[in-house]
Design a protein around this ligand. Structure first.
Ligand code: UDP
Ligand code: LCN
Length: 819
């Protein structure tokens, strides 16, 4: 029984709810008495609904209420805090839009409340003293945003660059004075002390416009290919510097775009013009934790997609930067520096090397800087949950090395994950450089009630540090890059990862009345791709890495167990379902093994191949991995999977992995990504790039990557039977209709070409870098005020929290988040 959405955005729940309650007053009084009857607690939507269903015995009446306005409120309630006689509701009728009300269960009166009041209700449930403390620390980052324009339409979220281009064009159009900031910005553009584009002599809009007209007439008379240096002296006479283009044609186009912007700005020419402004030559990318390397690191705890993403990102960015710089007519060698920690105990990886050239790039490096303790450099790997005490010193040490390596400041600093984003924030604030952040995965949404119950998690996960670092970085950064829309604002039923930082509370520590607004134009969706020179369709026979074939045959079909594989596949004719991930609990590889074990039909149709972890739990350093290894062994035994499952240890060679995906496609098999939650899911797009039909979790990014039934399939990781039946049905249908497999395979490839390529990504990211560099100048004052607030918060809160985390390389074990 799905309740329909009965309220529009303009409706106020506080206004509409009293009338709805009145219409079913008798039933509602019973229902609210029931809610309140069990005392203080947090209730989720399904609990509210279950109890309502129990109260209303009459079926017709029940359906009427559930399909009506009250049913909608219950459906869209994310949580309700019961503090008798009140029930406080946090209702989310649309992505990003929240309303808070409290209902008195005795007289059914309804009052609108603020997010802060709602959070106090929640706190009362676990810490009454804190909740009633008038001086409890409350943060309100929204207070600084009053003059920032915000989007209104949910569908605009994540299109920050376009929104800013629109806003700028309306602002700059106001009067002749309003162009001044743009003019000042262009005059200030420099590279290593040399002026670019506009010299100081063109200090009024009028003068610049005149120079542009003269120059445009002049270049129009030249042949398109005339190189810039041939007419550079003339340009200098007009007060124009290099940077407009490498040929007469490019120069003319860029000038024309600026002339249009100066005359009557419109969003399209604004965006195009900024994509040509030479602002970004040096980029620093932070990814401190892990093992960050180019070989032998994947599959290790904490080292997964983020590393793949960054290495591919660097290649795509470098290519795009080289192209842009060439077209700008500049002889500048760009530099990209990925900064990570140096791990002396590198266990066979290159993570103990300070500087490493990034393969297949011309001017990009990995720079490694050690974590320091009072006793010198930290030798061991530490879990990403334990890195907080080292970050401040790391930021300082890294800054010195970076300035040295680049011989100056970078133009853009990009952070990755909580630790990288915090370090990027510290350095960007200090140096006054434009900053972007990438979350990859915000941990807060992965663990239910991780805010309210932070004390229970803190010893092992240090969420107090992590959530504090996250909120600081989100508010410091100039722009945020996300892989999907859902990462920002979720779906109709589930809040986004960023959205869940809108208002939350860590009782005893601080309350966030306004953390981040998902309508902020700093949000931009730029989805990653997969390296298409590695992950290409199985049909491209001549490109395939055939040398791996004998190894892959051995990997999949040899009969003996060894360090690399256990289990065997009896029937070589069967298609294979394949999954590959780190053995984290959230990846749910054991879940997939169990679904397979239980589903006889599926076992008849296909074999199962798993890549992940390794086989001896006693050798693992990571508690989640240990427990998953043990569970895999016990499932293989419990369901007698010998002959039907091949379990292969973590693989580190992506070329060979890509051939493995394609080999599975040759068997007319499928890829399955069964995660309980997946922020994005690079394996999903790797498989799709190889033309392998993919079943992926509907919890998180994959739900957006795949169009169910067209470019792959969604599966519900919380409903294993349904998921395994869906996979079985696919293979049955393929048996009856041998074009069906091809149809889904092609659908996946089409989806990738439309949306998930690195070329599209690099273009978007450089446009962000350029436009936000200007935007931050325009909002200098507001930024300055917020920066002081953030510095105070960092100093008084984060530093103390970080001090409480053990230092010295004790490898903290991670608990089972389900426990
Ligand atoms: N991967 C790998 N070997 C393994 C497990 C994973 O090479 O044993 C790679 C996989 O191909 C993908 C990345 O690691 O490129 C995992 O990224 P994803 O986004 O799927 O998950 P994450 O590990 O980042 O959570
Ligand atoms: C981290 C994750 O958990 C994955 O979902 C992403 O694909 C990966 O980072 C790259 O962004």
């Amino acid at each position: 029984m799905a309740s329909t959405r009965n309220f529009k955005r303009s409706d106020s729940i506080a206004e509409g709810m009293p009338e709805a309650l009145k219409q079913s007053r008798y039933q509602m009084k019973r229902c609210f008495a029931r809610y309140a009857g069990k005392g203080k607690r947090v209730m989720k939507s399904n609990h509210l609904r279950d109890e309502l269903e129990k109260v209303i015995e009459d079926r017709v009446e029940r359906v009427r209420v559930l399909d009506g306005y009250l049913g909608s409120i219950i459906r869209f309630t994310q949580e309700a805090a019961v503090v008798p006689p009140y029930i406080a509701f946090a209702v989310r009728p649309n992505p990003g839009i929240w309303e808070y009300v409290k209902v008195n269960s005795e007289d059914l009166s309804v009052d609108a409340i603020t997010s802060s009041e709602f959070l106090k209700f929640k706190e009362t449930i676990c810490d009454e003293k804190w909740a009633s403390d008038e001086n409890a620390l409350e943060l309100d980052f929204g207070a600084f945003d009053s003059s920032t324009p915000h989007m209104v339409l949910p569908q605009s979220m994540g299109n920050g660059v376009q929104f800013i281009a629109k806003f700028l064009s309306s602002q700059l159009r106001k009067d002749s004075e309003s162009m001044k900031p743009l003019l000042d910005y262009l005059i200030a553009l420099k590279h290593q002390g040399e002026s670019l584009m506009v010299s100081e002599s063109l200090d009024t809009t009028k003068k610049l416009q005149t120079a542009l007209i003269l120059a445009e007439v002049f270049v129009s008379a030249l042949s398109k290919e005339t190189p810039y240096h041939q007419f550079e002296p003339r340009f200098k006479e007009w007060g124009l510097e290099k940077g407009w283009g490498n040929t007469a044609e490019h120069v003319k186009e860029t000038m024309h775009l600026l002339s249009e912007v100066l005359q009557a700005p419109d969003p399209s020419s604004m965006e195009k013009f900024f994509s040509r402004v030479p602002t970004i030559f040096n980029i620093v990318i932070f990814s401190p934790h892990g093992y960050f390397g180019q070989a032998d690191v994947l599959g290790l705890p904490d080292t997964g997609g983020q590393v793949v993403y960054i290495l591919d990102q660097v290649k795509a960015l470098e290519e795009e930067m080289l192209l842009r710089i060439k077209e700008q007519g500049l002889a500048v060698k760009p530099q990209i520096l990925v900064v990570t920690r140096l791990i002396p105990e590198a266990r066979g990886t290159k993570c103990n090397q300070e500087l490493e050239v990034i393969l297949n790039t011309k001017c990009s490096h990995i720079l490694r800087v050690p974590f320091k303790t009072e006793n010198g450099d930290l030798h061991q790997w530490v879990s990403r949950f334990d890195v907080y005490p080292y970050l401040e010193q790391f930021a300082q040490d890294a800054a010195a090395k970076i300035l040295d390596h680049l011989e100056g400041k970078p133009d853009l600093i990009i952070g990755n994950y909580t630790d990288g984003n915090l370090v990027a924030s510290l350095m960007a604030s200090k140096l006054g450089v434009t900053q972007g952040t990438i979350a990859h995965a915000l941990e807060k949404t992965k663990y239910e009630d991780s805010d309210l119950k932070w004390k229970e998690f803190d010893q092992k996960y240090h969420f107090s540090c992590q959530f504090t670092a996250d909120i600081i970085a989100m508010n410091t950064t100039d722009f945020i890059i996300t892989s999907t829309f859902q990462e920002i604002a979720g779906s109709i039923d589930r809040p986004g990862q960023y959205e869940s930082h809108g208002a939350y509370t860590l009782p005893g520590l601080y309350r966030v009345a306004s953390g981040i607004n998902v309508f902020d134009p700093k949000f931009n969706i730029a989805s990653p791709g997969a390296d298409q020179s590695v992950y290409f369709p199985y049909t491209l026979e001549q490109k395939r890495f055939t040398t791996f074939r004998p190894e892959i045959e051995e990997l999949l079909y040899s009969k003996e167990n060894n360090n690399e594989h256990i289990g065997f596949l009896e029937d070589r004719k069967k298609p294979i379902i394949f999954s590959m991930a780190r053995l984290d609990i959230v990846k749910n590889i054991t879940g997939l093994t169990e679904w397979y074990g239980k589903n006889k039909k599926l076992r008849k149709l296909v074999s199962l191949v798993i890549v992940g972890g390794f086989f001896d739990a006693s050798k693992s350093k990571d508690r989640e991995e240990m427990s998953e290894i043990k569970k895999m062994h016990s499932l293989i035994e419990k369901y007698h999977l010998q002959g039907q499952i091949r379990w292969i240890a973590a693989q580190t060679d992506r070329k060979r992995n890509s051939e493995l995906y394609r080999f599975i496609a040759d068997t007319k098999g499928a890829f399955v990504q069964p995660a309980l939650y997946e922020a994005f899911g690079l394996t999903v797009i790797e498989a799709m790039n190889c033309g392998l039909p993919t079943f992926a979790t509907n919890q998180g990014g994959p739900a957006e990557i795949i169009v169910d039934g067209v470019s792959g399939f969604h599966i519900d990781p919380n409903n294993g039977d349904e998921a395994s039946n869906k996979i079985a049905e696919f293979f049955e249908r393929c048996k009856q209709d041998n074009s069906y497999w091809n149809k889904i395979s092609t659908g996946g490839l089409q989806r990738i070409e439309e949306r998930y390529t690195w070329k599209i990504y690099a273009n978007k990211l450089l446009n962000m870098g350029s436009i936000y560099s200007f935007w931050r100048q325009l909002n200098k004052e507001e930024k300055r005020a917020k920066k002081r607030y953030l510095q105070m918060f960092y100093n008084l809160q984060f530093r103390n929290l970080a001090k409480k985390v053990a230092v010295g390389g004790q490898e903290t074990q991670q608990p089972d988040p389900k426990a």
